[in-house]
Design a protein around this ligand. Structure first.
Ligand SMILES: Nc1ncnc2c1ncn2[C@@H]1O[C@H](COP(=O)(O)OP(=O)(O)OP(=O)(O)O)[C@@H](O)[C@H]1O
Ligand SMILES: [Mg+2]
Length: 270
């Protein structure tokens, strides 16, 4: 049950919840991992442990990347085209496998999760892309509801939660519109609603403003900042120097697959 007060409802949306594993065996394994390995202060909520990714003999997309990301961080990953930003995000959701190294999320090893259990990991991570990736034949409401259905949520939860998440992204009056009836900025807000609706611990945003004009760009960035302030980790991959420098949070710079700079309140100077 969600809180009844509307501001609490919104807070509850962007607040990470401890994930309840349905599979008790997996749960036991996870506990074991947590006990054995992990202290957040040392390894972080997300830990890329010496990751390398080779797509083929010629392309080293990532080289010996080690990154720790703590709860509630907003981190921008920048670098020129081909630097490895998207690859880094894809590895976290296991859309790609690393050639070397391990990745941990909340104390258990993402890189060791069996394929059939991957949905447990992916449900904890919301993703947003440059091209929104909305289903064109479904309304905004249905696009978001679909993400909850896919996560096995009950109808009552869907009816209660979807309007709340539309309120959070400021699109209550457009829930019944189809994607082609929405502006780019509005479509991206629907995509953010969809990414948020299962209350992930982490939002991955890969060039989320790449197709947007400056006004919509700032609306989306402000929304990501709000979501982060409410407690969700945001990992933003972007080329947009002005955006990165205005956010004024941690900046990791990738250059040809290597981390060449990692600074709190960093700047994008390349
Ligand atoms: N599926 C793939 N097969 C082979 N090489 C790939 C594949 N995906 C990415 N690469 C290569 O890996 C390197 C890193 O690509 P990646 O997409 O991670 O870069 P990026 O920093 O996201 O770039 P952009 O800013 O253009 O989105 C590039 O050299 C790219 O050509
Ligand atoms: Mg990319």
């Amino acid at each position: 049950m969600l809180p009844t007060n509307s501001s609490e409802k919104l807070v509850s949306f962007a607040t990470p919840i401890s994930y309840k594993f349905e599979c008790s065996v997996l749960n036991a394994v996870v506990k074991l991992y947590s006990l054995r390995l992990h202290n957040f202060d040392i390894i972080g909520m997300i830990f890329f442990d010496n990751i390398s990714k080779q797509y083929n003999h010629h392309t080293a997309a990532l080289r010996n990347v080690t990154l720790r990301i703590q709860p509630k961080e907003f981190i921008s990953v920048v670098g020129s085209s081909g630097a490895g930003k998207t690859t880094l995000l894809k590895l976290l959701i296991r859309e790609e496998e690393p050639s070397e190294g391990k990745i941990f999320l909340d104390g258990f090893e993402v890189t060791a999760v069996h394929r059939r259990d991957l949905h447990h990991v992916r449900r904890r991570i919301g993703t947003i892309f440059q091209d929104y990736k909305l289903l064109p034949d479904r309304t905004a409401y249905e696009n978001v509801a679909f993400a909850m259905e896919a996560a096995g949520r009950r109808d009552e939860e869907i009816h209660e939660d979807v309007p709340q998440v539309f309120e959070l992204v400021g699109l209550t009056d457009r829930m019944e519109s189809f994607p082609h009836q929405l502006s780019g900025g509005e479509q991206q807000r629907v995509a953010i609603a969809r990414a948020l609706v299962n209350r992930p611990d982490v939002i991955l945003a890969d060039e989320p403003t790449g197709n947007l004009d400056p006004v919509n760009t700032w609306e989306i960035i402000k929304l990501l900042q709000k979501i982060n302030e409410l407690g969700t980790i945001v990992i933003l991959a972007s080329h947009n120097k002005e955006v990165i420098n205005t956010i004024d949070k941690r900046v990791v710079v990738l250059d040809r697959g290597m981390v060449v700079s990692d600074q709190e309140r960093g700047k994008y100077l390349l």
